[in-house]
Design a protein around this ligand. Sequence first.
Ligand code: AMP
Length: 268
Amino acid sequence: MKILLNKDDLFEALKSTSNLGFVPTMGSLHKGHVSLIKRSKKECRKTIVSIFVNPTQFNNKKDYEKYPRNIKKDLSVLSKLRVNFVFIPDKKHIYDFKRKNKIKILKKDKILCAKFRKGHFEGVIDVMDRLIKIVKPKKIFMGEKDFQQLYLIKNYIKNKCKVISCKTIRDNQKLAFSSRNNRLDYIGLKTARSISKDIFNLKKILKKEKKIQKILSIKKKELGILKNVKIEYLELRNKFSLKKTKKFKDSKIFIAYYINDIRLIDNF
Ligand code: AMP
């Protein structure tokens, strides 16, 4: 496994590599990341994983500082998986040029996390565009756990490479793996798991109900009070257009909530 710390090393290492699979991450690797890497290894001749906690996608400085980092453990995970390359750039290697045109997301896309985390997706699209230009992969592997991110990247980074969506991996109590789970204490973890179970049950209820929006709004209030968490949004949206819907068919439930200062998202 080659560890690449800057662009020159990366260009040299990748110069004769074709059919490259790319898994961009912010590190603190878990089973969700591992599933993406395994898929890339299956579909591509070589696989590169990047670890970069991108400052521009954090709308809250404290959140950026507190984001879990564990490079030593990550490298051991990646080496066991026999990944070909790991790219661990510094900020200055990624942000070495200024864009002529600022990245802007469309008004219609300012929903869910884009509504509550101002500038977040502009930061994500910017860094992904920069990373893709550097790595030049054939395919990029991304998780449905961050469904809106996947949706926006597919739309904004058209034609540059193929985006492969990968299923959300959950623990045996249905909680989606997330690097942020590392920050939860025992009670927090229990709460997050019980919220996941509740939403899976809610999905079964919505399937049979007509007054979907009313049930969602009651459930949002109820969850907030019973679990003592701040629910930022709980919405049913069409999974192809991300438009709000009253129809269960082709829809997903999207949730974002805070346990103390830890923000978690999921979709079901
Ligand atoms: P992150 O390190 O959080 O930026 O995530 C890197 C990639 O892993 C993104 O494409 C995520 O959607 C994906 N990912 C994160 N958690 C999971 C999960 N539980 N299952 C599948 N993919 C995931």
